[in-house]
Design a protein around this ligand. Sequence first.
Ligand code: FPP
Length: 252
Amino acid sequence: MSVRPAALEGADPPVQPTGGGDVPRHVAIIMDGNGRWAAKRGMPRAAGHRAGAEAVRKTLRAAAEVGVEVLTLYAFSSENWRRPEEEVSDLKGLLSFYIDKELLTLEHEGVRLQLIGDPAAFGPQLEARLLGAVERTAANRRLTLVVALNYGSRGEIAAAARRLAEEVRSGTRDPASIDEQALDQAMQTAELPPLDLLIRTSGEVRLSNFLLWQAAYAELMFVETLWPDFDGDALADALGVFAARQRRFGGR
Ligand code: FPP
């Protein structure tokens, strides 16, 4: 099953990212470093992931306060299934706990939850809970939290190409109409504002199959902080650097 976020009420279609100097409308984060954070403390990796969930709460609150419209978090990649079964199970448990524990907070704070990726792989129970949370928060407008679950960008692009090919085959699309806009609209992020800022924590400098299409004109930021140590202040620092950068979108 593929999940496409619903339209953002009042949001512009994804044409041009935010201009320099503004608060970014759409921030995405590759939350890396939970394992190293735990190892440094002689704790199990699961403890790092738990601390990571706490960092999600703090960052989400700070993002809403400064007026970020969309926060997209890479919580589980389509490659993460290669981790030991015990760790995958810990991550699923944590996600399930977070959904139960945080749902009320999300509702009260005006946060709308959306998903990209394919949460069906987490099993019918967790998938139903996740989709229930998406439904319960659908009317919220303060901030949209997009959680990428079992997500891989190349897979998303291939699925978009497949969709367009099907439309050509069924006679509803002219191949000449397949341009950047058409592909953009076939992505799971079609209804979201363009990605302005992509942050990766923990000092690793790669995109790891996250939002490859969407990051074309995003500002990229690689910070040394391990994800569990990330918080509102760290987000404010990143937004300060973003505001100081000049974005030219290929022009001069
Ligand atoms: C990367 O750290 C982190 C993950 C694979 C999982 C991210 C999940 C969370 C922060 C918790 C739950 C999320 C939500 C949205 C509630 P790593 O394990 O690869 O760290 P390492 O590189 O130091 O080993």
